[in-house]
Design a protein around this ligand. Structure first.
Ligand code: PMP
Length: 449
């Protein structure tokens, strides 16, 4: 059975008592009460990690390190050595950029797509246009198109851009504007066939996947996908703000430059004035005091999600019990089925609205759980404000997917977006689409704003 009792699940979230229609979940999700309480419960033993001999420091260190194991297990990564924690997806992608920076050779290129969030475009732009040229190296970025009608990534165009000088392909797992989910297996095949000569002797391009919109609604197996890097943010996965993850293949993380330099990322006794040795993974990528409680709470968010959608008590939250693949897959299938049904309901309802245009794939099955649209005569911002007046939280703007908005010729490059999470109900969808219907019918100050 792919369903769960959403009303019972909502009881775990404080926002549910406010009457808010929270339909801006692609930006950030709401934290359940248990995670806030977990945060509070860690305070009596509050201490730094890897930096003290007290029982409190040992205890906090153990919880912190176990969090890495939970995250690695969730992604089916081989172990904690392939997990880097940071602030968010943006920092995770910048980590890849800075750690590979010195490896790019003159004449190399990076291929990305027009579906990307700016956090998976601007770092490559800056690297190619602003950083490497100052060191006399010329590296080009190339942007693969998507089909403006279906929103699907143009794999043929992508393949035509990838060549034997493509060090890296940086591709989204799901667009936060169109909802499109590129066929990552096909992208992987393209990277494998490029023939790029990597420093380790491999002949292929690396693949970085921006998982910010994919990881919250799908069970991700980094080994089955064959990705070299995967980035995502926990604030879109029920945890409070502040923690992002970079999965990186261990061999890569071992051989490439660390991103940040300083304390804890160096080996014990590894620093002399002449030479610095770095720490073993994953701590080579953990310079400075990390967001310790945030990481612990974030990993527990995954366990809590499994418990919340399980048909009977599962008891993973608050423990270090290994989560099996089947358990993770079943849980994420339930999350995906629920949010897909809500997306389908929303699509059906808004298609009936005169003057409303939905961007991206026709079917909810081909989307992350979000819909972006425009309403003729309305600027997206005014529309979002009007929705807010009716208690419905949406988001208007370019959603940092500026290239895709431009590719669709939207002027200004903006749309209005509703996005759904595990705690949304059919009632939320009806409130949101009902408000849209009402706004469209009243045609309040058309063309204004
Ligand atoms: N990529 C995608 C696809 C996103 O949706 C987002 C968040 N909107 C990001 C990257 C950036 O995430 P963060 O702000 O957590 O760095």
């Amino acid at each position: 059975m792919n369903t769960f009792d959403v009303q019972r699940l909502r009881w775990h979230f404080d926002f549910a008592r406010t009457g808010r229609v929270v339909t801006n979940n692609a930006a950030s999700t709401q934290p359940p009460r248990e995670l806030v309480e977990l945060y509070r419960s860690l305070i009596p033993w509050y201490e730094n990690v890897h930096r003290g001999q007290s029982a409190a420091s040992r205890y906090t260190t153990e919880l912190f390190e176990l969090a890495y194991d939970t995250i690695a297990g969730w992604l089916n990564a081989p172990g904690r050595g392939s997990i880097v924690t940071c602030r968010n997806t943006t920092e995770a992608i910048n980590t890849v950029m800075y750690s590979l920076l010195t490896e790019f050779r003159d004449g190399d290129n990076v291929v990305t797509t027009a579906l990307e969030h700016n956090s998976n475009f601007v770092p490559w732009y800056a690297m190619c246009r602003e950083i490497l040229p100052r060191f006399g190296r010329h590296v080009e970025y190339r942007v693969a198109r998507f089909d403006p009608v279906t929103g699907q990534l143009d794999l043929e165009h992508l393949a035509s851009l990838v060549d034997a000088r493509t060090k890296l392909v940086a591709c989204t797992g799901a667009s936060n504007f169109l909802g499109t989910r590129p066929d990552l297996a096909a992208v992987r095949r393209i990277t494998l066939a490029s023939g790029y000569r990597q420093p380790d002797g491999d002949h292929r391009s690396l693949l970085l996947v921006d998982g910010a919109q994919l990881v919250p609604t799908a069970a991700i197996d980094v080994r089955a996908l064959g990705v070299d890097y995967l980035a995502f943010s926990f604030h879109k996965l029920m945890a409070p703000f502040g923690v992002g993850v970079l999965y990186g293949r261990e061999e890569l993380l071992n051989t490439t430059r660390p991103f940040l330099y300083g304390g804890d990322m160096v080996a014990e006794q590894g620093v002399t004035a002449e030479h610095v040795r770095y720490n073993r993974l994953p701590w080579k990528y953990a310079a400075g005091t990390p967001n310790i409680l945030g990481v612990i709470v974030s990993a527990q968010a995954l366990r809590l999600l499994v418990d919340l959608v399980a048909p009977e008590p599962a008891g993973y939250f608050g423990t270090g019990r290994p989560l099996g693949r089947a358990t993770i897959e079943r849980a994420m299938d339930r999350v995906a089925a629920h949010t897909r049904a809500l997306t389908g309901r929303a699509l059906d309802a808004v298609r009936e609205i005169d003057g409303l245009k939905v961007f991206g794939p026709e079917s909810a099955a081909d989307r992350a759980p979000l819909i972006s649209f425009g309403l003729s005569g309305w600027s997206p911002m005014r529309l979002a404000e009007e929705l807010d007046r009716r208690g419905v939280e949406s988001r208007a703007g370019c959603h940092c997917a500026t290239l895709a908005h431009r590719a669709l010729g939207l002027d200004p490059p903006a749309s209005c977006r509703l996005s759904f999470a595990v705690y949304n109900t059919a009632g939320d969808v009806d409130r949101a689409t009902g408000a849209l219907r009402e706004i469209a019918a009243r045609r309040l100050s058309p063309a204004a704003g």
